[in-house]
Design a protein around this ligand. Structure first.
Ligand code: BYC
Length: 334
């Protein structure tokens, strides 16, 4: 099993003979599909990898509210507005489940937030692209949430209990998100010529950024091999990207829209679509902060953090008062 993973990603995994007895027992539990819980012993690197992945995932949910939040005030009908508002609120909830899961690993939400604001931690590349038209709400729901589900459904079986349980709740809501996006696309694609054009334009702009959500190609992925050995990740980045393309192409056909890839074709022999890779230079540029909206997204998060300082201080002062009152009452009763 290890040899296969090393081959598929080009990265190494600690060989069993080099593991301590404790590490070996830990790996055996993972191999037997047992969940790891917060108070269980775990290798430091397992804990760190989880904090990195869950933390980035939480930040993505929170930053992910911004491109859609942009359209709440401009939704075309009251019903669309209510649906979009509910979806964006769901993303906030997903962020909270995930921050809570990360906290069980000994890191506080404040620390994670500081790591985001200082640029030490990442969030998904997709949220550094602008949402220019209402059709983008359709494309985000259909493609971005579609890619998210493709990645997150297997994560329901991830080895860390709190992460796995958070993913089960999140996936239930994500499927509603994807359907509402596809519903917008259906309306637009079957609407006036101008609406159909907007839908096609949204697909053109979101196609490759959605493919990038799965991470770099397997040969460039630094974490996949070890994360898969620990079942923090269940599939490689390329496996999920392929599954996403295979699932999405017939959905685009049903809409009467074209995927913006001249090399896209069904490969009978492989039983999969062949498709063009995203521009990986653009992906790495976005990761280092040079995407179209990186500066705006981080400014919005920083403002939200600074503007919320009075409220956090108020909560802490209230908690402290309650604690002091309870302590005084206990002393009086003794
Ligand atoms: N964007 O070794 P690799 C959502 C980084 S939320 C930015 O393959 P790994 C939604 C990677 O972190 C969607 N960075 O990494 C919300 C690493 O850098 P570091 C978020 C990326 O972790 C609201 C380096 O590249 N979903 O869907 O094994 C509304 C090398 O990569 C990206 C999750 O977070 C990227 N796209 O695999 C709508 C799911 N890709 O950390 C929707 C959980 C790679 O060493 N996360 N990098 O500095 C995962 O499954 C994995 O972390 C990834 C990457 C597949 C994303």
């Amino acid at each position: 099993m290890y040899a296969q993973m090393v081959k598929s990603t080009g990265q190494g995994v600690k060989p069993r003979e080099e593991m301590s007895p404790q590490e070996r027992a830990f790996q055996d539990r993972i191999d037997a599909d047992q969940k790891i819980e917060p108070k269980d012993w775990m290798p430091d690197a397992y804990r760190k990898t989880l904090i990195r992945q869950i933390g980035q995932h939480a930040h993505s949910e929170i930053v992910g509210q911004l491109p859609e939040g942009n359209w709440i005030t401009r939704a075309p009908t009251l019903e669309r507005k209510a649906i979009l508002l509910a979806k964006v609120q769901d993303e906030a909830g997903h962020g909270l489940y995930l921050y809570c899961a990360a906290e069980t690993l000994g890191v506080s939400r404040d620390e994670l937030t500081q790591d985001l604001l200082s640029g030490r931690m990442k969030y998904s590349s997709i949220f550094n692209y602008p949402t220019l038209t209402w059709a983008d709400m359709g494309a985000v729901g259909w493609l971005v949430d579609g890619a998210a589900i493709m990645n997150q459904v297997p994560l329901q079986r991830t080895s860390y209990g709190p992460y796995s349980r958070a993913m089960i709740r999140i996936c239930k809501e994500e499927s509603f998100h994807q359907r509402q996006g596809y519903d917008i696309m259906m309306k637009m694609a079957n609407g006036s010529d101008a609406q159909k054009k907007m839908a096609q334009d949204a697909l053109n702009r979101f196609w490759y950024p959605s493919l990038m959500m799965f991470g770099p190609s397997d040969k460039e992925s630094v974490h996949s091999a070890q994360s898969m050995a620990w079942k923090i990740k269940i599939n490689t980045n390329d496996e999920l990207r392929q599954k996403f393309v295979d699932q999405t192409v017939p959905q685009a056909e049903l809409l009467g829209l074209s995927i913006p890839d001249p090399d896209l074709r069904w490969n009978e022999e492989r039983g999969h679509y062949d498709f063009s890779e995203p521009d990986w230079t653009e992906f790495f540029d976005v990761l280092r902060g040079a995407g179209p909206c990186n500066t705006d997204r981080m400014a919005a998060r920083r403002n939200a953090w600074d503007d919320g300082a009075w409220f956090r201080d108020g909560l802490m002062a209230h908690a402290e008062k309650k604690r002091a009152r309870a302590a005084a009452a206990k002393t009086a009763a003794e």
